[in-house]
Design a protein. Structure first.
Length: 234
């Protein structure tokens, strides 16, 4: 099974290179890449870049150039205080790109067009690690405190990021399996965010989450590989 691991934000990619200091780094038009040996087989690490423009373009680039059977996006997201706990790993089942404003017709119709339900039938019946399955909303912006009540009321959202919506949409339109795992690095409430103006806190929590995700990655990959070979009995 040919697998590409997409990493979006620069802070997340820095942690990957700290975790694996001996990577043989190469360059692409979008960022760096390197091969990583898992317990089962090698995978390709690819720095896709932050924001939905880079995320969409780099995802299509990876699909066109490397023909993966599976895309895995590992990263962070911001959580809505009192709706989700910091450190929670979200297994993304649906993405919504919410920062679309259509004034000639209907914004909801445009948002629905770029919403993606991920087909996760390639996962085992019993997942290798506990996760929170659900929705992740995406936009080219950090969470604006004033928007939280609307995002909760309209989408029942609990967390948001910048790239998942674009990655999921491109993967689905190319009929490529896509697993998105995002850990909640910081919380935002109706007044402010705990990491806003405090980048060091975000960086520290990002390091903790990325370490956890990469510690778990071999078992996720092995579980998916077993399903591809017809074994679902776990």
């Amino acid at each position: 099974m040919k697998t590409v691991i997409l990493i979006s934000a620069d802070a997340e990619w820095r942690v990957v290179k700290e975790l694996y200091p001996n990577l043989e780094i190469q360059n692409s038009p979008y960022g760096e890449l390197a091969s990583l040996a898992l317990e089962t087989e090698p995978v390709l690490l690819f720095q896709g870049g932050w924001g939905k423009i880079s995320a969409a373009a780099s995802t299509q680039y990876v699909i066109d150039h490397f023909k993966p059977d599976l895309l895995i996006n590992l990263g962070t997201c911001g959580g809505f205080e009192d709706r989700i706990e910091r450190g929670t790993i979200i297994l993304v089942e649906k993405t919504i790109i919410y920062d679309i404003i259509e004034q000639m017709t209907d914004s909801d119709e445009a948002i629905e067009h770029y919403s993606t339900n991920l087909d996760l039938s390639f996962l085992p019946r019993i997942l290798p690690f506990p996760v929170s399955r659900g929705l992740l909303v995406s936009a080219d912006r950090d969470i604006v405190s004033d928007n939280i009540p609307t995002l909760i009321k309209k989408y029942d959202a609990v967390a948001a990021d910048w790239e998942s919506g674009a990655i999921a949409w491109i993967a689905k339109n190319n009929n490529v399996k896509c697993l998105i795992l995002r850990g909640v690095s910081d919380l935002v409430n109706s007044e402010s965010g705990e990491a806003y103006g405090n980048y060091d806190l975000f960086a520290q929590h990002t390091k903790e989450i990325m370490r956890k995700l990469f510690e778990q990655l071999p078992k996720w990959h092995d579980a998916i590989d077993k399903v591809q070979h017809g074994y679902r009995g776990y």
